[in-house]
Structure formats: C-alpha cells, structure tokens
Design a binder for this molecule. Structure first.
Ligand code: DGL
Length: 296
C-alpha cells in the first residue's frame, strides 16, 4: 500500500503546480473510522459548496480504548497523510477521543486551523442546561481526559459535570442495533445512577447520535425532560464561520464540490454504514483504500 500514498503525493504536487485557488482546497476531516461520517454529514449540510476529504482510520479503530500517547501518534499519522495529498483549507477532528487529547499536538504540526468537536459540544450543553448538572457520555479515553469538563468550565458552566464511558455503544451503532430493547437496556445499565438533577446530556462520541432515541428511552422515567445534545451541528457552524471569514467569495457558490472518502481498511464497511452515519448511499468502489504515513 505505500505506493498508493506515493501516488497521492505525485498527484498533490501536480495539483499544486496548477496553483488551485485557495477556496477550492477541501476541508479535511478525519476520524478513527466511520463514526466521523456523522460530523461530515453536518458539515456537508452547513457548507454545501465546500469540497471535503475524509479519512477514516478503519484499520486501527477503535481509538477510544487506547492510551493518550497512542491516540496522539495515530492522529499525527493521519494529518501528515492528509496534508501530503495536497492543500487543505482546514482540518476538522471529527473524533471526540482525538479532540480530547491530541489538539495541541495537531495544532503544533499544521499551518491550517484545526477544529475539534469538544468545544462545540460543551457550548451546546451550556446553552441547553437549565441550571442543573450536565452528564457527558463518551469513550473511556474521552472520559479519562476530562476534556469536556474543562471545556464546560472554560465556557463558564459552574454546575456539576458527570461523565460516563459507554464503550458498548460503538459496536452497537456499527451493528445497526440502534433501536429496541438491546440498546435501551445497555443505556439503562450505563446511566442507571445518573443524579436526579442532570438536565442535559452530551453525546460525546461520533457514534452516539445514532443511539439518541435509545438513550432518551432509557432516561424517559428518571429524566423525562433531559436535553440531549451533540457537537456535530455546532462544529459545522463553527467551521462555516471560519471558512466564511477566511475564504468566502461569491465564486464559491459556483464551485462543484468534490467529496473524497479514504479508509485504511475495508472500504465495503464504510459503504455499508454510510446510510446510517452519513445519510447517503455510497458505492464501495468510490471509497479509496490508503495507508497512512507512520512517521510520528
Ligand atoms: N470516533 C470515536 C470517538 O468519537 C469513537 C470510536 C473509537 O473508539 O474510535 O470518540
């Protein structure tokens, strides 16, 4: 597979010789796998004229159970690969686990803006909270990092923050078991001891928006008025503001955007999960298989 990366590098150099205008450069998005398609979906809705380049590191998913050191190393591999493929306008870190631990390393590495999903999720929670506590659910790595609590404090939230890791939600979402008894019972088990005064819950993982109804059903008796928020939409709006200030021209609206999907393993799995995660049907032959640069 390394020759695929080399081929991309050649193409990137050829494209840069053609001096493409900066506004034509894609927004790069990366995730540990297919989950970040929920963020790509929100980006495509908020920015229908922008091109995107999505990388799912499906060969090394999940990141949520790995050490912070390994997550940072993998994240650097991913962005180095993406920027070696040509100019990108901005990098969106769709993965909560990476956003929780690797943003400083990624920002030190890249010359373009790097946007994570945690600030937007925390902001959505602050706006939704009615004076009670906020619960955050995510991968073990995200919960261990304390990143959501820090982001909530930075935004002035003074109430209690309760965090719970819900690792089984990732395979449930990928199995398509998002409704019915199984996900509801799993959610009940994870959230059984949620304090009474929690009025807002953050879905702090790419996969969890698919389980929103199951989480709501699990909390229907104990927390009937709970607000359930996620950062995907707010992240997309933030990216829209950044690209608008930096690059927007009237001509953008005449661009025909392109959307490339890259994976490090099993393109057919991305095609299988795209309807649920991206809200679109895609052909596995349109998903490019690449190898990331192991240089970190
Ligand atoms: N994308 C990850 C996240 O949002 C979930 C899947 C994984 O553990 O890699 O944290």
């Amino acid at each position: 597979l390394p020759e695929i990366v080399v081929e991309h590098n050649v193409r990137a150099r050829q494209e840069s010789c053609m001096s493409a205008p900066p506004q034509a450069a894609p927004i790069a998005v990366f995730d540990s796998g297919v989950g970040g398609l929920t963020v790509l979906r929100a980006l495509k809705q908020a920015l229908p004229h922008e091109s995107t380049l999505y990388l799912g590191d499906t060969a090394r998913v999940p990141y949520g159970t790995r050490s912070h050191h390994t997550v940072i190393k993998y994240a650097l591999n991913n962005v180095r690969t993406l920027v070696s493929m040509g100019e990108v306008k901005l990098v969106v870190v769709a993965c909560n686990t990476v956003s929780a631990v690797a943003l400083p390393a990624l920002r030190a590495e890249l010359a373009v803006p790097v946007v994570g999903v945690i600030d937007a999720g925390a902001q959505a929670a602050c706006q939704a909270s009615r004076g009670g506590a906020v619960a955050v659910i995510g991968t073990p790595g995200t919960v261990r990092s304390g990143a959501y609590e820090r982001a909530l404090r930075e935004q002035g939230f003074v109430g209690d923050v309760i965090s719970r890791a819900c690792p089984l939600f990732v395979p449930l979402a990928e199995e398509g078991w998002t409704s019915g008894d199984v996900p509801r019972l799993v959610a009940q088990r994870y959230l059984a001891d949620l304090p009474r005064d929690v009025d807002t819950l953050v879905l702090g993982c790419t996969h969890y928006p698919l389980l929103r109804a199951a989480v709501a059903a699990a909390l229907a008796h104990s927390h009937p008025h709970i607000a359930i928020v996620d950062g995907a939409h707010a992240t997309a709006l933030h990216v829209a503001t950044l690209t608008h200030h930096a690059h927007h021209t009237h001509d953008d609206h005449h661009n025909q955007p392109s959307h490339r999907l890259l994976v490090t393993d099993a393109p057919e799995q991305m095609a299988r999960l795209a309807p649920a995660f991206l809200g679109e049907t895609i052909d596995a032959r349109d998903v490019e298989l690449i190898d990331v640069m192991m240089t970190a």
